[in-house]
Design a protein around this ligand. Structure first.
Ligand SMILES: *[C@@H]1O[C@H](CO)[C@@H](O)[C@H](O)[C@H]1NC(C)=O
Ligand SMILES: *[C@@H]1O[C@H](CO)[C@@H](O)[C@H](O)[C@H]1NC(C)=O
Ligand SMILES: *[C@@H]1O[C@H](CO)[C@@H](O)[C@H](O)[C@H]1NC(C)=O
Ligand SMILES: *[C@@H]1O[C@H](CO)[C@@H](O)[C@H](O)[C@H]1NC(C)=O
Ligand SMILES: *[C@@H]1O[C@H](CO)[C@@H](O)[C@H](O)[C@H]1NC(C)=O
Ligand SMILES: *[C@@H]1O[C@H](CO)[C@@H](O)[C@H](O)[C@H]1NC(C)=O
Ligand SMILES: CC(=O)N[C@H]1CO[C@H](CO)[C@@H](O)[C@@H]1O
Length: 399
């Protein structure tokens, strides 16, 4: 192989790599703002499914945030679209390579290894259709699906249904001593095999379930030391106080403490998603407010308060940091209000990839030329470098 063949080959490898990256769906993306998404954290990646600013139309878009890339211009990536548009759905991870997404009473399965959704043939006693329910999964691959509401029939639920992810079968759990009907609460699966339900709205009284101050659309994460950290949310048209509270699950009874938050923390945040990698809590998406007033029915205000920052809390030191994504300058927040907002994002992703490809090809060309001139004079063993530089785009595969 002469030098031209080698350079040509490296061009091909480069272009081919870029197209594979795109077709696998792991395209860098500046996501449109959204609330009512569901999420799951796997190996330092926060997977986010569906959602929209108002929790109505949802989106088929699935994206992930690479926690290890926070602080770089664009840590978000696009995944393969969900087979249906979802909002206020539930996502859980089975610990192997599958995410299960429950929308209404339909279960979708997503393989994080190959970025594919695959059909699930469901049997058993299928629960009544609902949204704003909660789901957790245990180590045996059983999903526990509790509560929720159906706005069409104005019915709220307090039944617990469980879905076996091995046999793909639904069963009905016990209602003995079940709490009242409720929706928009959060569930945490504790190592003791107890499921903790926090907050939300009572289905019959329409009052917030008591806690520090009742709330919905907040987040909760379970830290390594058994502390649950809840953050933000909504209480009618206001931000509940305290913004952040911790629940110590090592004491009996469990004890709440509220925490001062620094000015780097989002003072008011609702409808967001949260992740933890053990030592840090990461908050993204949702909506913020300057004054703590969130009127979830005021579309203008909601659209203008969508959050594009990524907030990181060091759980041990209580120190916050803020990293804006490049989103604000690329996509106008209003695009998220249109059903085809995701296409705008996808197109931006493709345009970015094409621009990067062109730039890399030019760089490779210049390098090849320089190299060729040098090569004519002396030794040849620097050829490897050209191939390495031109192919040095990051690995953007989800796994
Ligand atoms: C968690 O993420 C933060 C922020 O990206 C990082 O600084 C920290 O080292 C991570 N911790 C672990 C245990 O990976
Ligand atoms: C959720 O699933 C139902 C039933 O399959 C479907 O009609 C609906 O469009 C899906 N998504 C949303 C956001 O409602
Ligand atoms: C997920 O994808 C991996 C890699 O392609 C494959 O080996 C595995 O069998 C898939 N799992 C399922 C449940 O389809
Ligand atoms: C409410 O229930 C009806 C009848 O079962 C169903 O068709 C509809 O999809 C449900 N809506 C939601 C939001 O679950
Ligand atoms: C994970 O995969 C292993 C090996 O395929 C299987 O035996 C196990 O049941 C799976 N666990 C879950 C929770 O799906
Ligand atoms: C829905 O049900 C709740 C609780 O039973 C009730 O307070 C509310 O008025 C009902 N809403 C409509 C529109 O019927
Ligand atoms: C966690 C993280 O990436 N933090 C960075 C966010 O951005 C600020 C300033 O842009 C940096 O100081 C942090 O280190």
């Amino acid at each position: 192989m002469n030098i031209f063949m080698k350079v040509g080959l490296s061009y091909l490898v480069l272009i081919f790599t870029l197209f594979i990256t795109t077709s696998n769906g792991a395209t860098p993306i500046s996501p449109a703002g959204r609330s009512y998404s569901c999420s799951v954290t796997i190996n330092n990646k926060l997977y986010v499914f569906g959602g929209d600013p108002f929790g109505i139309i949802g989106t088929t878009q699935a994206i992930y945030l690479d926690i290890s890339l926070i602080g770089t211009p664009n840590p978000w990536f696009l995944l393969t679209d969900i087979p249906t548009s979802v909002s206020a759905a539930n996502a859980v991870f089975n610990g192997n390579n599958t995410v299960f997404l429950i929308n209404y009473s339909t279960v979708y399965a997503y393989n994080i290894s190959n970025n594919q959704w695959y059909p699930t043939d469901i049997n058993g006693i299928i629960p009544q259709s609902r949204t704003q329910a909660t789901a957790v999964i245990d180590k045996n691959g059983m999903i526990w699906y509790f509560g929720g509401t159906n706005v069409t029939t104005n019915t709220s639920f307090n039944d617990i249904n469980y879905f076996d992810t091995i046999t793909y079968s639904w069963s009905v759990g016990s209602t003995v001593n079940a709490p009242t009907t409720r929706f928009n609460m959060i569930s945490i699966f504790l190592p003791s095999r107890e499921i903790l339900y926090i907050g939300g709205v009572d289905g019959s009284t329409r009052r917030y379930i008591d806690m520090a101050q009742g709330r919905e659309l907040f987040t909760a994460i379970l830290a390594q030391d058994g502390t649950i950290i809840i953050y933000g949310g909504n209480n009618i048209k206001n931000s509940p106080t305290p913004t952040m509270a911790k629940l110590n699950t090592n004491t009996s009874p469990y004890t709440w403490t509220s925490n001062e938050i620094s000015s780097d923390a989002p003072q008011y945040l609702t409808g967001h998603v949260a992740a933890t990698n053990g030592t840090h809590m990461i908050l993204a998406l949702g909506a913020t407010s300057n004054n703590g007033i969130f009127d979830l029915t005021d579309k203008y205000t909601i659209i203008n308060s969508l959050n594009y920052n990524i907030y990181t809390l060091n759980i041990q030191t209580n120190v916050w940091s803020v990293n804006s994504t490049t989103h604000k300058s690329v996509t106008s927040p209003t695009s998220s209000n249109t059903p085809n907002g995701k296409n705008i994002d996808a197109n931006i992703g493709i345009i970015v990839v094409v621009i990067i490809a062109v730039i890399l090809v030019i760089i490779a060309g210049v390098l090849a030329f320089v190299f060729y001139r040098k090569c004519k004079k002396n030794n040849k063993d620097k050829e490897v470098k050209i191939i390495r530089i031109s192919g040095s785009n990051d690995n953007e595969q989800p796994q």
